[in-house]
Design a protein around this ligand. Structure first.
Ligand code: NCD
Ligand code: ZN
Length: 445
């Protein structure tokens, strides 16, 4: 018998849709989506079909009464193309379990974790083993990014040379092949390879595999580093994804290069992400929190003019995705100057509050930036939308409810949020992964 779930009376929002309606899920896949009220009168289904679904449904989740008012919102689960899970190697900061719990509490269903662990994820076997451990938890889909060089030492190419294009998951080698094996993306994380010839060879491997390379452009200044990876990316004809863009100069460079890349015969593709903290905070916040401690992050929080440029790039489509760069640290590491912020549990609410309510971004566009668009960058065309055939990965939120950011209530071990104490909208009430409830918010006191 099929495992059926009905979600009815929700405001259904994805990159293309914003309507009141209901969703029928069968075996972890969306079967029907229809607009209208609780009695399914607009569903287009026959009574017999409808009775069949209602009889077999194990769970019916009801968003609220009446088609004339918005109830709770149902959105596609989020996809984070950039997070640090610290596993293996740094359990005092985070591990697979605490990170996955934080992810589902933040509405995430798919996460890319960076390879700066101990040991570094620089072999296909290590990436696959980490994914298997995560799959066993059953909370999210984890896709470890693989380092470009052995041990991220910048000396010789890593196990990427042993990957086969089919492993990339971009195309299945035979029908029914288990798709989307890791890695889906390559990255040297904060360390870009300084040797041009070696970085070009890494890009050529990425081109062979059909995988994007996430470039952090942290070293030697963001503008110069961004220009360099764009130049080498053009030479290799690969997909360059620029991580956490933070300056107006980098935005301008990317905007220009994207216009060119659209016509490139080489296959050169350029995408980029911005993180909630760079979109919302400035160097002033860093000074307030402590530039060398709680306000420290790579790249640093920038002046307001840079933030304005990022907002412009978000609205005109230059920025393809919002990624957390979730970088949990222990309090003692943070006090010693470890850069980075925890972000998985605040990303949606911060963006909803500061970008949708304040800056006029539509909720559909926010959904795209946090879900469908980063999924596409990873080649995951089966998620990020609420439409028949897509995966039943959702979260439920009340966009009118307020809550206060308090790291003490967070699942992550890294209590280093720069948003502590803020009042934000849109508490995550429930997260559903492949048609199963993996997170429910505790009842409000
Ligand atoms: C990253 C981390 O902690 O892993 N921190 C950060 O501020 N983004 C590493 C890094 O990119 O410096
Ligand atoms: Zn990072």
């Amino acid at each position: 018998m099929k495992r059926t779930i009905i979600l009815k009376n929700f405001r259904i929002v994805d990159e293309n849709v914003n309507m009141l309606g209901s969703v029928i899920v069968e075996d972890g896949i969306i079967r029907e989506v229809f607009p209208g009220s609780a009695d399914f009168s607009d569903s287009g289904l026959s009574n017999k079909e409808l009775d069949g679904f209602l009889d077999s449904a194990r769970i019916i989740i009801d968003g609220g009464e009446g088609a004339d008012k918005w109830g709770l919102s149902l959105l596609p689960a989020l996809t984070d193309i950039h997070a640090h899970f610290r596993d293996p190697g740094f359990p005092e900061k985070e591990n697979l379990e605490s990170a996955a719990l934080a992810a589902v509490a933040g509405g995430y269903g798919t996460v890319v974790c960076m390879a700066n662990t101990d040991p570094v994820i620089d072999a296909p076997e290590a990436a696959a083993a980490l994914k298997l451990r995560s799959d066993a938890l059953g909370l999210i889909d984890l896709y470890p990014a693989m380092a470009l060089t052995t041990g991220m030492a910048g000396k010789e190419l890593s196990g990427i040379t042993r990957l086969q294009p089919a492993d990339s998951g971009q195309k299945a080698a035979w029908p029914g092949q288990r798709p989307r094996r890791p890695p889906l993306i390559l990255s040297e994380d904060g360390k870009d390879i300084s040797d041009d010839a070696l970085l070009l060879r890494a890009f050529q491997e990425a081109k062979r595999l059909g995988l994007p390379v996430s470039c952090h452009c942290d070293e030697g200044g963001e503008t110069k580093a961004t220009a360099r990876v764009i130049e080498l990316g053009k030479k290799a004809g690969c997909h360059v994804h620029i991580a956490h863009v933070s300056t107006k100069e980098a935005v301008a460079l990317i905007r220009g290069a994207k216009a060119e890349a659209g016509n490139a015969e080489s296959g050169f593709t350029l995408t980029c992400e911005a993180s909630p903290h760079h979109l919302v905070l400035t160097d002033e916040t860093a000074r307030m929190l402590g530039e060398e401690t709680w306000g420290k992050v790579n790249p640093p929080l920038r002046p307001e003019a840079d933030r304005q440029a990022l907002l412009g790039a978000l609205l005109d489509g230059t920025i393809d995705a919002i990624a957390t760069d979730h970088a949990p640290h222990s309090n003692s590491d943070k006090k010693k100057g470890a850069p980075g912020f925890s972000g998985l549990e605040t990303a949606f609410s911060i963006c909803l509050t500061e970008l949708v309510s304040e800056e006029g971004l539509s909720l559909s566009r926010l959904s795209s930036l946090l879900s469908a668009s980063p999924s596409r960058i990873l080649g995951l065309g089966d998620r990020g939308r609420i439409a028949p055939g897509y995966r039943a990965d959702f979260f439920i939120t009340d966009t009118d409810s307020f809550w206060q950011v308090d790291p003490a209530n967070m699942k992550t071990r890294g209590k280093n949020s720069p948003f502590t104490g803020r009042d934000v909208r849109g508490r995550i009430l429930m997260t559903i992964h492949r048609g199963r409830i993996v997170y429910e918010a505790p009842a409000l006191k």
